[in-house]
Design a protein. Structure first.
Length: 287
């Protein structure tokens, strides 16, 4: 049974409550939480609530014996920002200092949920989902380079992406089955760009994957994919130094763009002089 919010918080009890933005604002006035406000977390909750992605949480909103709010500040702020009411379990009358036990355990990650749901290659699938989400959001690796303009995704948003783009599972399975590719590129980059490349040209995307998995014809001088593989192979050399995540991601896109244009190339790079606010865009997605 969902109850309305009550003002008497001294009696020890637990109830399921529907919390409106108005109630959330009143409860935040009782916030004595020592945690620093995390704007990105508030934004994540706001998006989930606004889009209807919000689900029940076993983590309760909590008030102590003195009536102080000791848990749930970010959800309440997300409620206010979204303008949407949400349901939550509320614990009134928690013992003083009991909140010291909050948020001290292991945080559940997307990979944990994917494993629980029986998804194969859960770690890789989680990283590829984040890679694709980031590029869909603002055309960059996202948290690897910039803080995403729309905020970090919630697990619910990433699961929605997986439901919408189920072929990601096939992509991840292919990447996982070719372990040799991991020496050249992180799975999140290879899986992310390969998945997106296939939207424009399946044949070129498959050719890209063939080269990265060591099965391409390396005798084709000037071929963008040949130049890419040689660049990545060189970066593995300890004396040269491995490229950053962002640089590796960028030159994959540059090689793809050159291939799509039918251009030959002798060098691929993404140096300091090119690190402006705009990350290389994947050619062909918007034309």
């Amino acid at each position: 049974m969902v109850r309305k919010a009550k003002s008497n918080v001294t009696k020890r009890r637990v109830e399921l409550v529907k919390i409106s933005p108005t109630v959330a604002k009143k409860w935040l006035e009782k916030n004595k939480n020592f945690r620093r406000r995390k704007a990105a977390l508030v934004e994540k909750y706001r998006k989930d609530m606004s889009k209807g992605f919000w689900t029940d949480s076993p983590d309760c909103i909590a008030f102590n014996e003195a009536g102080d709010l000791v848990n749930g500040q970010h959800r309440l702020e997300g409620c206010i920002a979204s303008g949407k009411a949400f349901e939550a379990v509320v614990f009134w009358g928690m013992k003083i200092n009991a909140d010291l036990n909050a948020d001290t355990g292991s945080v559940r990650q997307l990979r944990d949920y994917l494993t629980y749901k029986g998804e194969k290659n859960a770690n890789l699938l989680a990283s590829v989902l984040r890679s694709v989400y980031a590029y869909r959001l603002d055309g960059s690796p996202g948290w690897a380079m910039y803080r995403p303009r729309g905020g970090y995704p919630s697990i619910t948003e990433l699961l929605a992406l997986l439901a919408k783009e189920g072929s990601l599972r096939q992509t991840v399975s292919m990447v996982a089955s070719h372990k040799s590719t991991k020496a050249l590129l992180p799975g999140s980059i290879l899986g992310g760009v390969y998945h997106i490349f296939r939207e424009k040209d399946v044949d070129f995307a498959d050719e890209f994957f063939e080269y990265l998995s060591g099965r391409g014809d390396m005798s084709k001088e000037g071929d963008p994919f040949v130049v890419l593989v040689k660049k990545l192979q060189k970066s593995i050399d300890p004396s040269v130094g491995r490229m950053t995540y962002n640089a590796s991601y960028a030159i994959c896109i540059k090689a793809w763009n050159a291939k799509l244009r039918g251009q030959q190339c002798n060098i691929l790079r993404w140096g300091k002089a090119e690190r402006g606010p705009d990350f290389p865009k994947i050619l062909g997605l918007d034309d």
